[in-house]
Design a binder for this molecule. Structure first.
Ligand SMILES: Cc1cc2nc3c(=O)[nH]c(=O)nc-3n(C[C@H](O)[C@H](O)[C@H](O)COP(=O)(O)OP(=O)(O)OC[C@H]3O[C@@H](n4cnc5c(N)ncnc54)[C@H](O)[C@@H]3O)c2cc1C
Length: 382
């Protein structure tokens, strides 16, 4: 029998940061994961000298120097800047929407010209709404048209968004797009954060370092682990508390109903003898008729120069029980349901819920690290 302060369910970034910090504070942790590998969704695997992001492209970016310094303890980051391009038919545009995009779209050069065209198209959209007696955008289409006008919407937003959500844009709520940043400079850097990069050698090494000294069991489901442990009788290990980074509704056996997600299907291909498939790490396909939303060419994250390449097509998918839940759908119904699950959680002593699934929200990696550090600090206080 062993005594542990914490059983950590999930070896993703949240659980691993928690384990690292708790170990530093002298606490004993044991971690488990249902997957056969560490790292949750940031897991990367080397194929032909290329670090393949197994669960979608992961680019680290943050404006928080403390978080940047923190993550740099575990890996050296390169100077990768995310500059995706979008393909619409046989037209290619830079993202995010900036002067390179506008120049290509309208054959113009100056910010004043671009602002003029966007403003005219926004006014057209407002007028069309007024004619229908609509004062505020009532769906995503109206919202996008009133923010950026018809050309950008039709070519770069409409098809992509419909594929992402599996519904027509005029059937989607306006709140999904609160803002659509347009940049009147020739700047293709997708993120506005001060710090950005890719860990040289992939993300898995970060998780391995975070979990150094913490015993881990992979390929085991939480409930099965508990049963198995209980079956050892007096020899069963004892855990002071549980940190659960899986789905909160699953933990409670969906007793209040299911939270909803969007899922993704990844189709990965090794292209031997092709040294450069698309010339960029991230290429978005914005037409409805192309069934995938993006193609990722992994070698470009680390400026690879080898003779082969690996690409992944990303297909958005409906989520059903048993699928990977990638994106929470934070509409009113789901947020309310999550709040009720949180009430249940508050009545459950000795269990903490963390990470993107435990908190039912989309978290970037920097935010996950921040949230794990603050949970550790709360725990140690008291
Ligand atoms: C497609 C995609 C692209 C992304 N791109 C970026 C990006 O570019 N930049 C960025 O900053 N962030 C990005 N993110 C977000 C990033 O993936 C998350 O911030 C991070 O992975 C969350 O870590 P986590 O530990 O909370 O969750 P997870 O990584 O999901 O880890 C949870 C772990 O718990 C395990 N688990 C769950 N339930 C059980 C159970 N019952 N028993 C045992 N084990 C269990 C799971 O197997 C999993 O390994 C992206 C996310 C997605 C979906």
């Amino acid at each position: 029998m062993q005594k542990y302060d914490y059983l950590i369910v999930g070896t993703g970034l949240f659980g691993s940061v928690f384990a690292f910090e708790m170990k530093k504070a002298g606490k004993k942790c044991f971690a488990i994961d249902r997957r056969s590998h560490l790292g949750g969704n940031i897991y990367t695997e080397k194929v032909k000298d290329i670090q393949v992001h197994q669960y979608g492209a992961h680019i680290f970016h943050t404006s928080d120097k403390k978080i940047w310094d923190y993550v740099n303890q575990f890996a050296e980051f390169n100077q990768y800047i995310n500059s995706p391009v979008a393909i619409y038919g046989d037209e290619l545009y830079n993202l995010p929407f900036n002067m390179n995009t506008f120049s290509k779209m309208w054959g113009i050069r100056t910010p004043a010209e671009a602002k003029g065209i966007i403003e005219t198209q926004r006014m057209d959209a407002k007028r069309a709404m007024e004619e229908r007696n609509v004062s505020e955008p009532g769906n995503l289409e109206e919202q996008a048209l009133s923010l950026v006008g018809r050309d950008i919407y039709e070519k770069l937003i409409k098809g992509y968004t419909q594929k992402q959500w599996g519904r027509e844009c005029d059937q989607l709520p306006a709140f999904i797009i609160k803002r659509l940043p347009v940049r009147f400079t020739y700047d293709n850097n997708y993120f506005t954060d001060r710090y950005q990069g890719i860990p040289i050698g992939g993300y898995t090494q970060i998780i391995e370092k975070l979990l150094e000294g913490t015993p881990v069991r992979l390929g085991v489901e939480y409930r099965d682990f508990l049963k198995e442990n209980a079956s050892k009788g007096e020899d069963a290990d004892v855990f002071g508390k549980v940190l659960y980074t899986g789905m909160i509704d699953e933990y409670f056996d969906y007793c209040l109903g299911e939270l909803q997600y969007r899922s993704l299907r990844f189709e990965t291909e090794l292209l031997e003898g092709c040294d450069n498939y698309q010339g960029n790490a991230v290429v978005n396909y914005t037409e409805q008729k192309v069934p995938y939303t993006r193609i990722i060419e992994h070698k470009h994250f680390e400026f690879g120069t080898g003779p082969d390449t690996v690409i992944t097509r990303e297909y958005p998918a409906e989520w059903k029980k048993g699928d990977e839940p990638y994106y929470p759908i934070n509409d009113e119904r789901n947020n309310e349901l999550f709040r009720r699950y949180q009430e249940l959680a508050a009545g459950e002593p000795g269990i903490l819920f963390g990470g993107r699934l435990g908190q039912y929200r989309y978290y970037d990696m920097d935010k996950v690290i921040g949230a794990a550090l603050s949970m550790v600090s709360d725990e140690l206080k008291g």
